[in-house]
Design a protein around this ligand. Structure first.
Ligand SMILES: [Zn+2]
Length: 223
């Protein structure tokens, strides 16, 4: 059961189909884990519809979900279609993951994992817009991620395993929102690797000594 949830405001925007695809993916993934927020989203949606007093029928959360899946489908593929079979197999659909996530890791668009540090790997995915970076992160069991700040809003949804930082422990289904100034040092729990989807508005800033050394490179890295 998830302990960290999107705000009502986010749920309203999601239900109305107003969220950028990258953020909508995070909310849709959370809703697949969280019956409480699913219910809340439809409640808020009908309330919003009543308040607007429009003749047009308000869209329900399920409609936004269908539209979102179509948008992901239409997004240009990032992965190399001719990637070796092994890669495709490794990243093929997993029944334990939300539908919206499986759409992102379809074998037709294999994830390209890149090692960021000994404990952290990332695979960037394209969802048809560049305002946000959408990225899978895999933290090795017990692994620590460099302490970092956030240049903009960053949403993380935990998909497998769990991680913790100074503010709490996050398990499967949790929807975590970090704002600029929220400095944290995530660490995966000891018993299993942690897989997350992260959506960030701007590149994260690594703080600390290591950060001072590598930030200039991150800022100018091609995105
Ligand atoms: Zn929830």
């Amino acid at each position: 059961m998830a302990n960290f949830h999107p705000s009502d405001n986010t749920l309203i925007e999601y239900s109305a189909g107003n969220l950028p695809a990258a953020l909508a993916i995070c909310v849709a993934a959370h809703l697949e884990y969280c019956p409480q927020c699913s219910h809340r989203a439809s409640q808020l949606n009908s309330l919003g519809g009543t308040l607007l007093e429009t003749s047009a029928k308000a869209q329900v959360a399920s409609t936004s979900f269908t539209q979102l899946m179509a948008r992901i489908q239409a997004a240009p593929t990032m992965g190399d279609i001719k990637a070796p079979v092994a890669t495709a197999t490794k990243t093929s659909a997993k029944p334990n993951l939300p539908k919206v996530i499986n759409k992102l890791i379809h074998p037709a668009r294999p994830l390209k994992w890149k090692r960021v540090s000994p404990a952290l790997k990332e695979a960037i995915v394209t969802v048809g817009q560049d305002q946000y970076e959408v990225c899978f992160h895999r933290i090795k069991r017990g692994g620590k991620v460099a302490e970092h700040d956030h240049g903009g809003t960053e949403i993380t949804v935990v998909l497998e395993g769990s991680f913790s930082d100074e503010l709490g422990t996050y398990t499967v289904g949790d929807y975590i929102e970090k704002q600029p100034g929220d400095i944290h040092r995530p660490m995966a729990t000891q018993n299993e690797d942690c897989l997350c989807l992260s959506v960030s508005e701007a590149p994260v800033k690594i703080t600390g000594l290591l950060g001072k050394l590598i930030n200039p490179f991150i800022s100018f890295a091609p995105r």
